[in-house]
Design a protein around this ligand. Sequence first.
Ligand code: AMP
Ligand code: MG
Length: 343
Amino acid sequence: MNTQILPIEDPGKDESYVRRAAEILRAGGLVIIPTETVYGLAANALDGSAVRRIYEAKGRPSDNPLIVHVSNMEMIPPLVEDFPDGARRLAEAYWPGPLTIIVRKSGRIPPETSGGLDTVAIRMPSHPVARAIIETAGIPLAAPSANLSGKPSPTNARRCIEDMMGRVDAIVDSGSCQVGVESTVITLAEGKPRLLRPGGITLEQLEAVLGQVEVDPAVLHKLSAGAKASSPGMKYKHYAPKAHVILVEGSLQQFAEYVKTHQQGKTAALCFDGEEAFLSVRAFSYGKKEDAATQAARLFDKLRELDDAGEETVYARCPDKEGVGLAVYNRLIRAAGFEVIKL
Ligand code: AMP
Ligand code: MG
């Protein structure tokens, strides 16, 4: 397949490319689009055969449902059985933005999009290019992250090209994503609201609107063998670089000592800005220690850089779990296959 690259800096100025992307999507094609979280691999969410091509392009298991992206509230009623009051209040507070809300689906959502579930995940992104493409196409877009299944999500077009050239009809290039980790996912389809995946909208922000929100155990811990995943994505290996990543909890001094005495093969450290000089191995910094937003924005690209550099063992500094830090920790502990060393 010949993949077109569509550079869109400003959806107004680059309107012809916005129209091209929208036409491909309306015709049942695949287009990689930027969002404020990560790049997404989009297709018409209402067209089961278009959505099937997403799974093929990614190599993603087809029981792992996709997020449906809309650009305005009028697009929602046909997609859902009902949009409960809590969902409405969350949407008012945090849409457009990095929050996905799961509710019961309508018959318009094909089983390919919902992974065979009777619920649907909906999000209204804030990225101006994503919004312009959805609005111009006039259809909701199903879009998982635009990486090959199992790899860290792409946060710039270069990484999409690396994974997806020849597998999709077009890739929109709009530079780097601002948030850098996938959206927060909350389900309102059951009794109590439950956080399934932390992201750019924090647990504290959700609770400010809804009152108490349960945190699914799989957010912080490995699912025990045989346990049923509330979100099918939880059961798959995720965000994993090729390198063997180990999360190390402790002070910088303890970390530096541990790394020095436990080198295995080509060994590197994933650390915070300014810590490189204290470490005896090659160091990749993924943000400021006190600033979870910069860590989120840089983490996935750093994981890919570790693989580019051929690192074999990677010791990672542990982020704080407050605010957006919970999302950073959630991704990093998956990259580490839940291997944590407490010093
Ligand atoms: P991605 O599209 O790669 O960001 O992944 C979307 C995430 O949302 C996956 O972890 C899915 O399992 C989860 N998800 C999407 N739709 C649903 C749903 N209806 N119920 C539960 N989880 C969902
Ligand atoms: Mg993904």
